[in-house]
Design a binder for this molecule. Structure first.
Ligand code: SF4
Length: 138
């Protein structure tokens, strides 16, 4: 079996027809010596970018009024200000020890009250509970 280089070299008229490009064609066969290999084009080095300004601290969750157990959303979700008073018949999901402060949705950290995305603009008590409870895993 002939290589492309050998095949090209066997065509006698090829250098006459393509005198300038024949050499390039042969070189393209990949049979070049390492010294003939052109150095790769330099990779442009990006200009250093000025450090971006530090992001502004996240705005504190706006304090709002406490959720009222009688609010429509609160009543629908069985929100109670004291978790132990959860309606276990209506919300059998409730288990002792579940409170807002160990719910993954609670935004109050270690505070006595904080935000909850289920009650936008309002605060829930750390010891409250509702059926939206999701156990915090971390
Ligand atoms: Fe509390 Fe979680 Fe219900 Fe929000 S979803 S009120 S944090 S139990």
């Amino acid at each position: 079996m002939s290589t492309r280089r050998q095949l090209i070299q066997r065509i006698p008229a090829l250098p006459l027809i393509f005198s300038a490009s024949a050499a390039a064609l042969l070189a393209a066969c990949g049979d070049k010596k390492p010294a003939e290999v052109a150095a790769p084009a330099p990779v442009p080095v990006p200009e250093p970018v000025a450090a971006a300004p530090a992001p502004a601290p996240a705005p504190a969750v706006a304090a709002g009024p406490l959720v009222d157990e009688k609010d429509a959303q609160a009543a629908a979700l069985g929100y109670v200000a004291v978790a132990a008073k959860a309606d276990k018949a209506k919300f059998p999901k409730y288990a002792g020890g579940q409170v807002c402060s160990n719910c993954s949705l609670y935004q109050g950290g270690t505070a006595d009250q904080g935000g909850c995305p289920l009650y936008p603009g309002k605060q829930v008590l750390a010891n409250a509970w509702c059926s939206g409870y999701i156990k915090k895993t971390t």
